[in-house]
Design a protein around this ligand. Structure first.
Ligand code: UD1
Length: 423
């Protein structure tokens, strides 16, 4: 099993270029199933999750050309199968983003739902509620869900989401593009990735208005066409490198990151005393001067503080002066990294599954820790950058799912970090 070894090498300095967003490119790729013409996705990051999504598309019968670096050309001329491959779905929850496009294009999709750790405790009830409102019939079996629609096709309707789920908004949005009449998604997610998806769909000929607000309106069209579209920069990778500068008390220029997408992270870092400036060259994060102090964070749907930055921010908070409270409100159980940070001497207390107190001011020590999920893995590496002694992070396949050239980018800014392959 591969591991990442990190040693404290002092403050990090230099420039980092942010890659295309994982959470944008996955639904964009799924959306290519909506047309028989070629869609060209530019600026696609090289990630394990992207490979998994490519396998999903191939399995449905699409052909894919990746001869040009960072460019993925998908042509789903014919849908050869409406059944997703259980082994591929096991690898990535975002496989379910293909349900909406398949339902709209082929009228049916069979999605394995093995449950357990495959999709964690994250349900898909809101996705299904949306499909049902558009006229789909849903049969839930032990290990799969079958979603289908009669020959009359999907019909637009108003759908209220009980929670502004990102995935459900995307799935319903994609399905509704080819539905008859008008669909309105109320309490829709407002993440930048939703806007990126709507922009791609509109280029394909869809008629979507107000993506990025909590009420999205979709006028169904008969057919969608091919298009060329560039992926937005990854705001979570942006935040991770902002925190790399902060935790090591270094200075980084983060190129290609969009300040407008990381406002809560900028605000919270400033509250701690970190200098952040959105310059024309990129986001400058400078933590070289002054003492940094504690702040509280609470995760919320966009434009609130992103849940995906909660664990990296918590790693940073262990190093500042004073006590911070971290509240997780998006996911039920997203404190698995606390045990790992505590192995390094962080002394964090969790009061329940959604509230933790970080005492701060700790000198972390290197330890053998696990990347319990993708972002927790990044948090462990950040902690390792400032710990005394070596930190050994295992289960790094999580990190490789969602960060492009993670080790290489850290090396380039002065980190003492390496990946090793062990049997
Ligand atoms: C997406 C992101 C993930 C991010 C999350 C929240 C991708 C590939 N992943 O995940 O990185 O952490 O948004 O910003 O884009 N829920 C339900 N029923 C549903 C769907 C969701 O109850 O049908 C709940 C979930 O259990 C969770 C909350 O809604 O508590 C948010 O989930 P959601 O916004 O759907 O996250 P994902 O789309 O899975």
């Amino acid at each position: 099993m591969a591991k990442i070894l990190v040693n404290n090498n002092g403050p990090l300095f230099g420039e980092v270029k942010i890659s295309g967003a994982k959470n944008a490119v996955l639904p964009l790729l799924a959306a290519t199933l909506l047309t028989d013409e070629t869609c060209v996705i530019e600026g696609a990051p090289d990630l394990v999750d992207v490979e998994v999504m490519k396998k999903m598309l191939l399995n449905y019968g699409a052909s894919i050309d990746t001869s040009e670096e960072g460019v993925i050309k998908v042509t789903a001329e014919e849908i050869a199968s409406v059944e997703a491959d259980p082994e591929v779905v096991q690898e990535m929850r975002a496989s379910i983003f293909t349900m909406g496009p398949m339902l709209a294009r082929a009228g049916k999709v069979v999605m394995p739902m093995p449950g357990g750790c495959t999709i964690g405790k994250r349900p898909i009830d809101l996705h299904l509620k949306g499909f049902r409102a558009l006229g789909a019939e849903i049969v839930e079996e032990d290990d799969k869900v079958i979603v289908s629609v009669g020959p009359e096709g999907l019909v637009g309707d108003a759908i209220y989401l009980d929670f502004p789920s990102v995935g459900a908004t995307e799935n319903i949005l994609m399905a509704a593009t080819l539905a008859r009449g008008t669909t309105i998604i109320e309490n829709a997610a407002k993440e930048p990735e939703i806007i990126d998806l709507a922009n791609l769909l509109n280029k394909m000929g869809a008629r979507i208005k107000s993506a990025g607000t909590d009420m999205i309106r979709i006028e169904g069209v008969e057919k969608l066409t091919g298009c060329i579209h560039g992926v937005i920069p990854d705001r979570i990778e942006t935040g991770t490198f902002m925190l790399a500068a902060a935790i090591t008390r270094g200075r980084l220029l983060i190129k290609n990151g969009l300040p407008g997408h990381v406002r809560p992270i900028i605000s919270k870092l400033k509250e701690c005393g970190v200098f952040v400036d959105a310059t024309p060259e990129g986001i400058l994060v400078d933590a070289t001067e002054g003492e940094l102090v504690a702040t509280d964070i609470k995760t919320l749907p966009y434009p609130g503080f992103p849940t995906d930055i909660q664990s990296p921010f918590m790693a940073f908070l262990t190093t500042v002066k004073g006590e911070s409270v971290v509240r997780e409100t998006v996911f039920e159980n997203r404190f698995m990294h606390v045990v790992e940070l505590n192995r390094m001497g962080a002394g964090i207390t969790t009061w329940n599954s959604s509230e933790a107190t970080v005492p701060g001011g700790k000198k972390l020590r290197g330890a053998k820790v696990r990347a319990t999920d993708l972002r927790a893995g990044a948090a462990m590496v950040l902690a390792g950058l400032v710990a005394d002694g070596m930190t050994e992070v295992s289960e790094i396949y999580h990190i490789e799912r969602g960060y492009e050239n993670f080790v290489g980018k850290f090396k380039a800014i002065g980190a003492d970090i390496m990946k090793i392959d062990e049997d």
